[in-house]
Design a protein around this ligand. Structure first.
Ligand SMILES: NC(=O)c1ccc[n+]([C@@H]2O[C@H](COP(=O)([O-])OP(=O)(O)OC[C@H]3O[C@@H](n4cnc5c(N)ncnc54)[C@H](OP(=O)(O)O)[C@@H]3O)[C@@H](O)[C@H]2O)c1
Length: 327
């Protein structure tokens, strides 16, 4: 079979479409013929050797797939050949066929198209976990979502609303991204490279701050975020797109009853795979009901993954980027 392979650490040019060994199917595994996969920022980090969950070159990057089950191991129940599924494969998703452990395979309805199917697992299940499980958002609370026009951002805005958020503020790094965050449902969008986002948040909340903040930028953005987190608020840190380290003083937390929390879907996939299934159930149900939408902005044939990476790395990309393994 063929796969997109990270042949060395480096820029998009290190991604090569080449022959790659067929994945072996163990007793607890599901073999899937890939229809679509998606580009996540973690794939870019992995290509540079900066993602904690990735291997060493040569390796196949990618986190999530949508496709048709071709075979199952003898210990697998509830999933059978011919079923349409989304999954987190074991050895990277940018391939014609992948193998996923049965715990990380989720059947999808016939009505769900292949593009939104592949675009939902990483961003949708993560956004649900961040808001519902980690931040424990309650109806009526306010939320600040950084990188609001991106894959996680556009999905998290919608999920925050579905979970009852009252006022949702998004930050973007470019004015061209504003309409995307607004279309996802943000009540206020702030360009944090032009304006102090913390001042904008305080102005919009009568100086109170927001109850929940989702931050995957890190560095100074994480530090400034704490200055506009309301008493009893939760700052959830789940990535470091900036590549910078943010420093938090514990003395800023106890008297205000605020919390700083962390989450990694990658760690949960490896250590607590069962914990993800309730998120999958909610998110796939919302998709099926048309209450949640994957905001897909570009699609590329899988062999052209390098161009898709170039686009995401340009920092101009918005929404989700999909790779198609079949014409
Ligand atoms: N912990 C988890 O389980 C988990 C799961 C999924 C994603 N994530 C994290 O969530 C974030 C969003 O992921 P995504 O796949 O949806 O990507 P994305 O938001 O579609 O794209 C990444 C965005 O990060 C922002 N950014 C800020 N500083 C940047 C920098 N120095 N270089 C490049 N981009 C920068 C950019 O938006 P602006 O310029 O508009 O800010 C960029 O568009 C990533 O940090 C990712 O690692 C974490």
């Amino acid at each position: 079979m063929h796969a997109v392979v990270v042949t060395a650490w480096g820029g998009p040019e290190v991604l090569q479409w080449m022959d790659w060994p067929e994945p072996a199917v163990g007793p607890d595994d599901v073999l899937i013929r890939v229809q679509t996969t998606s580009v996540n920022f973690a794939d870019v980090k992995a290509r540079y050797g900066q993602y904690h969950g990735a291997g060493k070159p040569p390796f196949v990057p990618g986190l999530d797939v949508a496709g048709v089950v071709e075979a199952v191991g003898e210990q697998v129940e509830g999933v059978a050949p011919g079923m349409r599924v989304v999954a987190f494969p074991r050895g990277g998703s940018y391939a014609e066929r992948v193998v996923a452990p049965k715990e990380l395979v989720y059947p999808i309805p016939d009505a769900l198209d292949w593009a939104p199917a592949a675009g939902i697992p990483t961003v949708g299940f993560t956004a649900y976990q961040l808001l519902a499980t980690v931040a424990r958002i309650t109806p009526g609370e306010s939320v600040l979502i950084h990188s609001a026009a991106g894959g996680v951002g556009t999905t998290a805005i919608q999920i925050a609303r579905l979970l009852g958020a009252r006022f949702i503020i998004g930050t973007v790094g470019d004015d061209a991204k504003r309409p995307v965050a607004e279309e996802a449902g943000a009540d206020l969008v702030v360009n944090y490279r032009q304006t102090s986002f913390s001042e904008a948040v305080k102005a919009a909340t009568d100086g109170h701050g927001v109850d929940v903040i989702l931050d995957a930028v890190g560095g100074p953005v994480a530090e400034e975020s704490l200055t506009c987190l309301a008493p009893f608020g939760r700052l959830v840190h789940f990535g470091d797109a900036s590549g910078e380290v943010g420093r938090i003083r514990v003395s800023d937390l106890h008297a205000s009853c605020r919390a700083v929390l962390g989450y990694s879907l990658g760690t949960a996939r490896r250590a607590r795979p069962a914990s993800i299934r309730p998120a999958a159930d909610h998110v796939l149900q919302w998709l099926q009901e048309g209450r949640l939408r994957v905001m897909i902005t570009r699609e590329y044939p899988l062999p052209e993954a390098a161009a898709a990476h170039q686009w995401m790395e340009s920092r101009q990309s918005v929404g989700k980027i999909i790779l198609r393994a079949t014409p």
